[in-house]
Ligand binder design. Structure first.
Ligand code: FES
Ligand SMILES: [Fe+2]
Length: 433
């Protein structure tokens, strides 16, 4: 797609990149097949013979753990007539999936196990040719399961693809107790947004908007509880704060709020939460002041926005997964996390914190995603601007290629569009297993 050179330029992107059905269709192949796409967390399929139903772009996939503990990403499309084989969202004790249409049955490895009344197909039927198709490369990085159809990327592995994002992910795990096997997905909030999926991804590293978009939250906090609380470091002059944003390579980006949020105690910055005083008193009595304080900081958001292109975002202690449903409709799912092996009340506090921004902040963002997408339909106005802090000699690049910019920079969008264009212009290398 040569014309993409015109549509994605250094500091601007053409509106049709968001609104064009053909571009959307190519994205399904080039972006949601050709690169590593996040599918699920290991804690969601902890036991052998468990599964979750997920999307890899528009493609339905069953992510299974077989009895040997091997993880598979099976295309949830019956090899008989195409019906959806698994219609549940998750399950365990499921070594087989039976298609509800004509009863064809498949093992959780994808193997075709039984075809009812098989004799009608004649003697030499090879059931194996009807195995469920598979995403051939599935790889896990410390509990996070990704898949790709691209053999070259698949062979190199997920760590190579994550590049410097792997180190940031390690920091996120460290914030959450350090043992990735103890981190658990503990619920999700799911909704659809009437916008192209990239409108959602655009905002993931946007340090420019909180002062304006989340004004009601910032003002309410300021009026009720005074300054120095919650996100008030976004209230003005953000580029002179020690917060920063980074391009991590391969379209991944990072926005670090920790220099402000964790300047002292992040827990103390939080607005009141139901039950908090009683928990503080109880836990301090039980484990002592020092240990309790460490737990409280762990219960507070990680202060990191880590964005793994194209569909996984870490925000505080939560994860967001973006799934394109159509050119103008996207699924956003927030996953909350808890940690095993900590006192129960620590997880209670964690969940109170994770309920907070989804209730007070995310509606602002969602309204903007939809407003942007509506504006992008205006045919007379072509461009979406991504030039903030472009070419101002403020950025620095380290030895590993990580570029650091000020927090309100559009570097997050520029870096993912560079990767997006590269993928969209690449040769088709996808293979099904
Ligand atoms: S479509 Fe699945 S068994 Fe016929
Ligand atoms: Fe926001």
């Amino acid at each position: 797609m040569k014309e993409l050179d015109n549509l994605v330029q250094a500091g601007r992107v053409h509106r049709t990149v968001y609104t064009d059905e053909n571009i959307f269709s190519v994205e399904q192949q080039k972006v949601f097949s050709e690169t590593w796409v996040y599918l699920a967390h290991a804690s969601e399929i902890k036991e052998p013979n468990s599964f979750v139903a997920r999307k890899m772009g528009q493609r339905s996939v069953i992510v299974t753990r077989d009895k040997e503990n091997k993880i598979h990403a099976l295309l949830n499309r019956c090899t008989h007539r195409g019906a959806t084989v698994c219609r549940e969202k998750k399950g365990d004790k499921t070594p087989f999936f039976t298609c509800p249409y004509h009863g064809w049955t498949f093992r959780n490895t994808g193997e075709c196990a039984a075809i009812p009344h098989q004799d009608a197909y004649g003697e030499g039927l090879d059931k194996q040719q009807f195995n469920l198709k598979k995403v051939p490369f599935v790889s896990e990085y410390r509990g996070f399961i990704f898949a790709t159809l691209n053999p070259e990327k698949g062979r190199k592995g997920i760590k190579e693809h994550l590049k410097s994002a792997a180190g940031r992910l390690d920091e996120w795990i460290d914030h959450n107790g350090g043992d990735h096997r103890a981190i658990r997905i503990s619920g999700a909030q799911q909704y659809t947004v009437h916008a192209n999926w990239k409108c959602l991804y655009d905002n993931a590293g946007d340090g420019y908007h909180p002062e304006f978009s989340h004004q009601s939250l910032l003002k309410m906090t300021q009026e009720r509880y005074g300054s120095g609380m919650d996100l008030d470091y976004f209230s003005g002059g953000i580029d002179s704060t020690p917060m920063y944003s980074q391009s991590l390579g391969n379209g991944h980006s990072f926005l670090d709020q920790r220099p402000c949020m964790y300047e002292n105690s992040a827990f103390e910055r939080q607005r009141p939460q139901p039950g908090r005083e009683a928990i503080v008193e109880q836990l301090t009595k039980e484990v002592g002041e020092q240990k309790a304080k460490a737990y409280f900081e762990m219960a507070t958001g990680a202060g990191m926005n880590l964005n793994i292109f194209p569909n996984l975002l870490f925000i505080g202690n939560q994860m967001q997964v973006i799934t394109p449903l159509s050119v103008g409709l996207s699924d956003m799912t927030w996953y909350s996390t808890t940690v095993d092996n900590v006192p129960t009340v620590v997880n209670t506090l964690r969940i109170r914190t994770q309920e907070d921004f989804t209730a007070f902040g995310e509606p602002d963002d969602t309204a903007n995603f939809e407003a942007c997408f509506k504006g992008m339909q205006e045919r007379e106005i072509d461009w979406i601007d991504i030039s903030r802090h472009l070419g101002r000699a403020e950025d620095s690049t380290d030895d590993s290629g990580v570029v650091t910019s000020v927090i309100s920079s559009d570097i997050h969008m520029r870096t993912y569009y560079e990767e997006w264009k590269k993928l969209m212009q690449s040769n088709d290398a996808s293979r099904l297993g």
